[in-house]
Design a protein around this ligand. Structure first.
Ligand code: CTP
Ligand code: MG
Length: 408
């Protein structure tokens, strides 16, 4: 029985999939991509231990992702500037063994049996790679974009990883390539170049490499990531108008002879919005969250309440998609204040003002609103579930926050 060790290369920067994080750290159905490969290799019976190769500065993050889950993970090391160098570093770190199986962290769907299959072939013949059939007809095109030829598909396959090699051969080939300044996109290409045999093991087309945004969308669908859960909520409020009070609506002070009474600033619009948001997320309603009996909220700005609700929504895993509202009153006219109200509530909620709708509606002289005794407001809010973050991803959150600030 030969001793087989695996090297998962995850030290690339993913230039063809630009984003906040290198692709191998992006979540697929809530789980970082590289965890998929660690899980496959953990289940591969022939593999005794694993080295994970990551970019500089990511060792701690990789350890955190793997913590307590992948018993075979022996080491996390820092990779090189090119894939070939990352493979060399990993193969050296793996230490004594018969066969090294190299796998791209960017291929999350390699089945466990494929690691065993290439390892067994490499133990026998020196080198073996996983390949997938090509189902489309393959054409060659010229520089002008015209079809020049049709290739014989029956002799063509797609080269994938895992790729397995007898360790001493792999190190010899990598050293020679380094000495001669030869770079290849996979190690098998170096074996071919130096005239050494490589066996092809039929794998699976699902073992594709996540390279560009389309691949990422495919991978996420395959991982079972569905459309995000949505929730809707509605809220309503009415306050009496009293002389001598400032009138605040949607967080904006509006010049008027009367103002809305209430324990806080009496902002009916903000209160209706808060109740819509809380209702959608099944949080306690505004009266329970900010009780009249609590002196902290006496004369408080309702925008501060929206801010508090926004942070409770984030904690509960919800993000506001949009809010729409109606304010019912005959006077004052709200027309000139809507933009400022949208801006104020959007800022408090932490969303773009384009996600806030406010409509002033005349009561046509009817009811309490029509008689100028009070103002009422109604609101609906739509929330979207944000994918569960892996625990301890505070560092990632901070990085995202920083990146967002950078963009502003
Ligand atoms: N890789 C690596 N070290 C490098 C470059 C790549 O370990 N210096 C790894 C990648 O993390 C990936 C695998 O090699 O798991 C396949 O490479 P590729 O798909 O080319 O990934 P990137 O180089 O990260 O992407 P791009 O070429 O788009 O920049
Ligand atoms: Mg690359």
């Amino acid at each position: 029985m030969s001793i087989v060790k695996a090297v998962i290369v995850a030290a690339g920067s993913g230039k063809r999939l630009p984003g906040l994080r290198p692709k191998q750290f992006l979540p697929l159905a809530g789980e970082p991509m590289l965890a998929y490969s660690l899980s496959s290799v953990q289940q591969a019976a022939s593999v005794s231990s694993v080295v994970l190769v990551v970019p500089e500065g990511e060792i701690e993050e990789a350890r955190r992702i793997a913590a307590g889950r992948f018993a075979k993970l022996a080491q996390v090391v820092c990779g090189g500037a090119v894939r070939q160098e990352s493979v060399r570093i990993g193969a050296l770190a793996a230490g004594e063994c018969d066969v090294v199986v190299v796998h791209d962290a960017a291929r999350p769907f390699a089945p466990a049996w494929l690691f065993d299959a290439v390892a067994a072939e490499a133990a026998a013949g020196g080198a073996a790679i996983a390949v997938a059939p090509i189902s489309d007809t393959v054409k060659q095109v010229d520089d002008a974009g015209a079809v020049a030829a049709t290739l014989d598909r029956s002799r063509l396959v797609l080269a994938q990883t895992p790729q397995a090699f007898r360790r001493e051969l792999l190190l010899e080939v990598l050293d020679r390539a380094k000495g001669e300044g030869i770079l290849a996109t996979d190690e098998a290409a170096l074996f071919e170049r130096f005239g050494r045999p490589v066996r092809a093991v039929p794998g699976s087309r699902l073992n594709f490499k996540v390279t560009d945004p389309e691949d990422l969308a495919l991978a996420r669908a395959l991982a079972g990531e569905g459309p995000a859960e949505m929730r809707i909520g509605n809220g309503e409020d009415i306050h009496p108008l009293r002389p001598g009070r400032p009138l605040v609506l949607g967080g904006v002070a509006i010049p008027f002879e009367k103002g809305l009474s209430g324990h806080s600033d009496g902002d009916v619009l903000a209160h209706a919005v808060i109740d819509a948001l809380c209702g959608a997320a099944s949080l306690p309603n505004i009266g329970e969250l900010f009780p009249d009996s609590d002196p902290r909220w006496k004369g408080a700005s309702s925008l501060d309440m929206i801010r508090q609700v926004a942070s409770r929504l984030r904690e509960a895993g919800w993000q506001a998609v949009n809010v729409d509202s109606v304010v019912l009153c005959d006077a004052p006219r709200l027309g000139g204040h809507q933009a400022a109200m949208r801006q104020a509530m959007a800022e408090a909620l932490g969303v773009d003002p384009g996600r806030i709708g406010i409509k002033g509606k005349s009561a046509e002289g009817l009811g309490a609103e029509g008689r100028g005794e009070g103002i009422s407001a109604r609101a609906v809010a739509l929330l979207r579930r944000v994918p569960a973050r892996a625990e301890g991803s505070k560092a990632e959150e901070a990085r995202e926050e920083q990146a967002t600030r950078g963009r502003r």
